[in-house]
Structure formats: structure tokens, C-alpha cells
Design a protein around this ligand. Structure first.
Ligand SMILES: *Cc1c(COP(=O)(O)O)cnc(C)c1O
Length: 386
């Protein structure tokens, strides 16, 4: 385990998890497409719902890249969320960031509420939220940073301190930042959850998720949830994600570079009302972002100040940004949160957290950035051109 953390990020991403192929010399491991294993095999596999060599290879690399002792992989980010919430019981309270991922909100509101788990939402960029935490007696504190789609940056170390003082573990959804740019466990979080579907895989061709931790107790709970709830990934998806990890570092460098140039163009050269990107000096938590992350990642969120119809027409004129949910792939995408990712959040709740009809979220890919900028430029209505 020790040497899993020794080499550089890129070296670990490429070399970890080759131990299952040492007897054949294959440079790339196979996909173990098997549902079951012969009883008594030396590695102790029994049935793929509770473990498969492709899970182990992926988990070893993900844990190391997150700076954690353990990773447990799941069929998707939402399966990973389900696994964590399944450890709670009736009467438990989760205190969560109010600008939480739409599907996490829906799971809490429409599934786990029925089992008696309640959630209180706070704005974690407000220091008063941390002062009120202890009095709420939370069972679990749930944040993400940057948040979706507003890109609020939450001080992970500060929230970890307040959560621990309140006797609760902290979980951070690290999907938007990626393991390359931010490591919540090193900042004091107990659990770091990632939708590997996004930056880790990077090619938009598989779904997977993971929960990372240094706690053996949490690791055991995650392995139990994986098999007891049937939340396991497919071996092929693990293989694709393991392949994606090998280029995560260079992809993230380009995502950051492109997104910063794209955000600067929108801020300096257009009349958009607000451009949000963590590494723009105009971002309200710019200093914190610089401290906590090694790059701004690939998402840029813009409030164009247009009507709903004008916003949708603008999005339709884009040619290099297909309108699609998801993010983190090599290809650029754009999303209209109010009608897509956050459509399941009631309009009043949505607007209260700043998700207006004029908001567009860009997942800036690794294409030639001049082409991306030219495309957004041609799609702008005249009223927004400078
Ligand atoms: C996509 C996403 C998830 C869910 O992941 P899936 O792999 O799509 O199930 C969770 N959290 C965040 C922040 C995400 O962007």
C-alpha cells in the first residue's frame, strides 16, 4: 500500500494495477467478463457482484490518485451516493450544501425521505453555516466543490473541522474538481465520492463511481453496500475507466487551460451578465479556489441575462457544443440546467440557489480553444456582442 503513493500522479495513473497480468506479460490487462469464479481460487473471488479483478485494478489506482487508503467502485456516481446514504437510518439528519448535484437532491427528496432520513440545506460559503452545524446534530455532512452548476467553492478543510467538532463525518463529492486537481481526503474529508463517468473516464463511453476513504470501517460498509444492494459496476466499464485514468493528468491540464481562455473571452469580450469560473479573479472564492485546487477544471457557467427563449435559441446556434447532460469528456458539451440537469428541482428552489432560466453551463473539452471561442462568438445574439 505504501508504495502506491510514492511516484508522481501521472506515473501512478499509468502503472498501478498491473499485478493481475504479471503471469502473461500483457501490458494492458484483460476484461474479466465473468459473473462467477471457481470456488477456492487463490485471489478469493467468488461472484462479480462482490468483486472482480477489474474492480480491484480500478480501485487501486483511484485510491492512490485520491490520496486515500481505499476506494470502492460502483456502477455509477449515483450508485456510490446510494451506497453512502444506505448506511443511514430513520431519524438521521444529513446537512448538505444547498447547491447540491440534482440527482443527489432527488435521491434525498424522493427516495430516502421515505425511509425517514431528513436533509437540511445550508449555504456553505456563508461562515454562519459552520457555526450552526453543531446545534443541528448531523449524522453526516455532505458538500461538493466546485458545486453544480454555480461553481461555488466550499472550504473543505474548514467544513471538515466544523463537521468533526459536531461529531459527524464529512463527504465531499469531488466529481467537478477531479482527483488530479483536488484531494478532499488530504484536506480532512472522511469520504471522497467521485462520478468516474466524468473526468476520470474522460471519454463519455462508460458509467462508474467510487467512494474513497482512509477508514477501514467505511471501506467495509461500502463493500457491503456494493454487493448487498447490487451497486457494482460492469467489468467492461471498469476497464474503460482504468484506461481513461492513464491520461487524466494531461486531459485535465488542457481542460483547465481551455476553460480559462474560454471564460476570459466571455468575461472580457461579451456583455454576459456573469461568468463563473473558479480561476477567474472575479470569482467570489477565487483565493480559496487557488489554495484548494491546482487548476480551475473544465466547467464554465454563464448567466447571459437573456430570456428563456433567447437562451435556448443561443444554445441551438452552437455547433461545437452539443446540448447534452454530463461533463468531463474530451468533447465540449453545453447544458441548460433549468431544463436539463436541475429540471427535477422545483423552480422556486432552483431560483433561490441562482439557477435561472438564463444560465448555461459549458463543459469545455480539449479541442482547439480558438475554435470553441469562435463558435460561442458566432452564436451570441447581437445584444451580447461588444
Ligand atoms: C454526474 C454526477 C454524479 C452522478 O454520477 P453518474 O455517474 O452520472 O451516476 C454525481 N455528482 C456529480 C457532481 C456529478 O456531476
Amino acid at each position: 500500500m505504501e508504495k502506491d503513493h510514492e511516484a508522481g500522479f501521472e506515473t501512478r495513473a499509468i502503472h498501478l494495477g498491473r499485478d493481475f497480468v504479471s503471469d502473461t506479460g500483457a501490458v494492458t490487462p484483460p476484461v474479466w467478463l465473468t459473473s462467477t469464479f471457481e470456488y477456492g481460487n487463490p485471489k478469493g473471488f467468488d461472484y462479480t457482484r462482490s468483486g472482480n479483478p477489474n474492480f480491484r485494478l480500478l480501485d487501486r489506482a483511484v485510491a492512490s490518485l485520491e490520496g486515500a487508503a481505499y476506494s470502492t467502485c460502483f456502477g455509477s456516481g449515483v450508485s456510490a451516493i446510494t451506497a453512502v446514504v444506505s448506511t443511514l437510518k430513520s431519524g438521521d439528519l444529513v446537512v448538505a450544501e444547498e447547491n447540491i448535484y440534482g440527482c443527489t437532491f432527488r435521491l434525498f427528496a424522493q427516495v430516502f425521505a421515505k425511509f425517514g432520513v431528513s436533509v437540511k440545506y445550508l449555504d456553505f460559503t456563508n461562515p454562519e453555516s459552520l457555526e450552526t452545524l453543531a446545534a443541528l446534530h448531523p449524522t453526516l455532512v455532505w458538500i461538493e466543490s466546485p458545486t453544480n452548476p454555480n461553481l461555488k467553492i466550499i472550504d473543505i478543510a474548514a467544513v471538515a473541522g466544523a463537521a468533526h467538532a459536531a461529531g459527524a463525518p464529512l463527504i465531499v463529492d469531488n466529481t467537478f474538481a477531479s482527483s488530479y486537481l483536488q484531494r478532499p481526503i488530504e484536506l480532512g474529508a472522511d469520504l471522497s465520492l467521485i462520478s468516474l463517468t466524468k473526468y476520470a473516464n474522460g471519454h463519455s463511453d462508460a458509467l462508474a463511481g467510487a467512494v474513497c476513504t482512509n477508514s477501514e470501517e467505511w471501506r467495509d460498509k461500502m463493500i457491503f453496500a456494493q454487493k448487498a444492494l447490487g451497486l457494482q459496476p460492469a467489468p467492461m466499464d471498469c476497464w474503460l475507466t482504468s484506461r481513461g485514468l492513464k491520461t487524466e493528468a494531461i486531459r485535465m491540464e488542457r481542460h483547465c487551460e481551455n476553460a480559462l481562455a474560454f471564460a476570459r473571452f466571455l468575461e472580457d469580450e461579451t456583455r454576459a451578465v456573469a461568468v463563473r469560473y473558479p480561476f477567474l479573479p472575479s470569482h467570489p472564492q477565487y483565493e480559496l479556489a487557488k489554495r484548494q485546487m491546482s487548476g480551475g477544471s473544465g466547467i464554465v457557467t454563464v448567466d447571459f441575462g437573456l430570456s428563456l427563449a433567447e437562451t435556448l435559441a443561443f444554445v441551438e446556434r452552437l455547433t461545437l457544443f452539443p446540448k447534452a447532460e454530463s461533463l468531463g469528456g474530451v468533447e465540449s458539451l453545453c447544458c441548460h440546467p433549468a431544463s436539463m440537469t436541475h429540471a427535477s428541482v422545483p423552480k422556486e428552489t432552483r431560483e433561490a440557489v441562482g439557477i435561472t432560466d438564463a444560465l448555461v453551463r459549458f463543459s469545455v473539452g480539449i479541442e482547439t480553444v480558438a475554435d470553441l471561442i469562435a463558435d460561442v462568438g458566432q452564436a451570441l445574439p447581437d445584444s451580447l456582442k461588444r
